[in-house]
Design a protein around this ligand. Structure first.
Ligand code: ATP
Length: 371
């Protein structure tokens, strides 16, 4: 039978403050779902309600059709890893992993067998007897996950499990957890405020804003087709430019530039819109190299979408390069590489082309534009 978790119109109020608002969500089985959003948007509270550590003010949670809303945490069969990990530092690795099995009074032999399996899974069989206090951050992380998996939970809940790790180890653990989750096929929900982490690990991202779900989609959907300015801004770098509709497939930017877009969007009267273009979609050329005559024809050929500008800032990290281009009325961030635009420097005169298919119109306020 399906073990799908369904969240129906769940609300949570602390005193007079409503921190989770009308959340409706189905968690697909076997997938990794990330709750992503800025600090205070309610993602941990939502996770804690799923875990049974908070009770919804209204709404319900079901799994396999069974109402879970008032089932205590210890009866839900979910594994949880907290930000703090909450391991027992002086207990051994094996002792920590066996802890939930001891609580459930699993017999000694089955405990040992399960602990051995999990030690293999997290690749720490040689550390079974070492006290947790003598492990590295990444090893502790793995032990916490093994402990959460000990009683073969139906759902794995991870609350910012990597936030205490340094950047490099954090990236390595993102891959490790993702591979483990895929190998076991265990339905997992992870809370994070790090959009790169969500993009790297998730099958589905649930973007939250002020207690509500702003968008649900695959990492690419939310990156490529955000429903509004909030999501566009939260998911990765983006150029989000105030724009005014000027005909069916054209907008006017702050400096008066006309930009063609492909695909029409219905825009209602008075609706405030933005033009979104991701930095890697902007094509950059040094205009001195193009020459004045070529520049004019290039502007004509690209259907208005070729904007002259000047480089005001460069962040060159070797493999990639990010440039800020001052155009008249606004600036653009462009991601490129030193190889693609050799000789690019602060002060360079450039041409930035915005391909019509990469230009998306988004709503300045929450709510999806009708396609
Ligand atoms: P962060 O990333 O900072 O953990 P979050 O998105 O997980 O943020 P929550 O921890 O769910 O946010 O908190 C949402 C709001 O609810 C915050 O304003 C927080 O102060 C408030 N809150 C959370 N728990 C309680 C509580 N037990 N009592 C009162 N207010 C609470």
């Amino acid at each position: 039978m399906s073990n799908q978790l369904v969240i129906e119109n769940v609300n949570k109020q602390f005193g007079a403050v409503q921190v989770v608002k009308h959340v409706n969500l189905s968690i697909p089985e076997g997938k990794l779902v990330c709750f992503l959003g800025p600090s205070g948007c309610g993602k941990t509270t939502l996770l804690r309600m799923i875990a049974g550590l908070e009770t919804p003010t209204s709404g319900r949670l079901t799994m396999a059709g069974k109402d879970l809303t008032n089932v205590p945490a210890c009866e839900r069969d979910f594994g949880m890893v907290f930000q703090s990990l909450a391991l027992f530092p002086h207990m051994s690795v094996a002792g920590n992993i066996a802890y939930p099995l001891r609580l459930r009074k699993v017999d000694k032999q089955s405990q040992e067998k399960r602990v051995d399996e999990l030690l293999q899974l997290i690749q720490l069989p040689h550390m079974a007897n070492r006290p947790v206090a003598q492990l590295s951050g990444g090893q502790r992380q793995r032990v916490a996950i093994a402990r959460a998996l000990a009683s073969a939970p139906k759902l794995l809940l991870l609350d910012e499990p990597l936030s205490a790790l340094d950047a490099k180890l954090r990236e390595a653990m993102q891959v490790e957890i993702r591979l483990l989750q895929q190998r076991l096929g265990i339905t997992t929900i992870m809370v994070t405020h790090d959009q790169r982490e969500a993009m790297t690990m998730a099958d589905v991202i649930v973007v939250m804003e002020q207690g509500r779900i702003a968008q649900i989609g695959s990492p690419l959907e939310v990156y490529r087709d955000p429903v509004n300015e909030f999501v566009a801004d939260f998911i990765g770098l983006g150029n989000i430019l105030p724009a005014v509709p000027n005909g069916d497939q054209r907008v006017r930017l702050a400096g008066g530039q006309q930009i063609d877009i492909s695909g029409s969007r219905k825009i209602s009267d008075g609706q405030e819109i933005r033009l979104l273009i991701r930095p890697e979609d902007v094509c950059l050329k040094i205009s001195e190299a193009v020459g004045h005559k070529d520049l004019q024809s290039s502007i004509r050929n690209d259907n208005n979408n070729c904007l002259p500008g000047q480089v005001s800032f460069i962040r060159d990290v070797g493999s990639s390069l990010e440039a800020t281009i001052d155009c008249s009325g606004f600036s653009l961030t462009v991601a490129t590489s030193p190889r693609e635009v050799p000789g690019l420097a602060i002060g360079s005169q450039v041409l930035a082309t915005l391909p019509p298919h990469a230009c998306k119109l988004i709503d300045a306020s929450p709510g999806r534009l009708a396609a």
